[in-house]
Design a protein. Structure first.
Length: 220
């Protein structure tokens, strides 16, 4: 007989599988040009953003928590309309209650459902069959980080015509210029932003900035 932990894990996987299949179907219908891999990568990125927001709220000071609560719709409206002394007492009690609930909700940085879901989707990504990659494609992918760093130093990303494009379309333009896959281009552009949570071991354009600067200096 299976124990409770095994049973719960099996039920969770079943629940995630059902959600996975439904969300994948909707994604592919709405984005016919995209693949299951694109779907999984978009979900992982979504969960990463949720995790970042969760950690941000975990790290807030008490004063910051109160400020966060005061921005919420109900509390903000209460403050805006003003209140008498009786209302003020009720408001302060309500604020304290919301503060405690906030702290209870954002106290444990582990055991996040988004983290569990992210692991599930990462496992799905690994389970996808690998497509055969040619030597030429591998060499091209290796050159992409350097080329992205070079485009940055040349001010390419600040061009008005590029800034007016959606991110997806700008990736397509860059792909025409330097080849590479859209995901590799996206990852290497993202890591140029210090706040990005992209995998800096996988996307390394930020490591080529000094090399690119030296190259351009020699051309002067």
């Amino acid at each position: 007989m299976e124990d409770n932990k095994t049973f719960n894990n099996r039920m969770n996987i079943k629940y995630y599988e059902e959600g996975y299949n439904t969300d994948k179907m909707i994604f592919l219908i709405e984005n016919p040009e995209k693949t299951e891999r694109n779907f999984i990568e978009s979900k992982i990125e979504q969960f990463n953003q949720l995790e970042l927001e969760y950690k941000r709220k975990c790290d807030l000071s008490d004063d910051e928590v109160y400020q966060e609560i005061k921005k919420t719709g109900i509390v903000a409206n209460f403050i805006k309309r003003g209140f008498d002394k009786t209302d003020k007492k009720d408001f302060e009690a309500n604020l304290e209650d919301r503060f405690l609930k906030f702290r209870q909700k954002y106290i444990f940085k582990e055991k996040r459902e988004e983290g569990i879901r992210s692991k599930f989707y990462k496992a799905k990504l690994k389970s996808l069959p690998n497509t055969e990659t040619t030597k030429e494609e591998i060499e091209q992918e290796e050159k992409t980080p350097y080329k992205i760093a070079l485009l940055k130093e040349l001010g390419f990303f600040e061009l008005d015509k590029i800034k007016k494009l959606s991110k997806e379309n700008s990736f397509k333009v860059i792909q025409k210029l330097i080849s590479g896959t859209p995901r590799t281009i996206k990852g290497n552009i993202n890591v140029l932003n210090e706040g990005s949570q992209e995998d800096r071991n996988k996307y390394t354009s930020n490591n080529h900035i000094e090399e690119v600067k030296n190259y351009l200096d020699k051309l002067k």
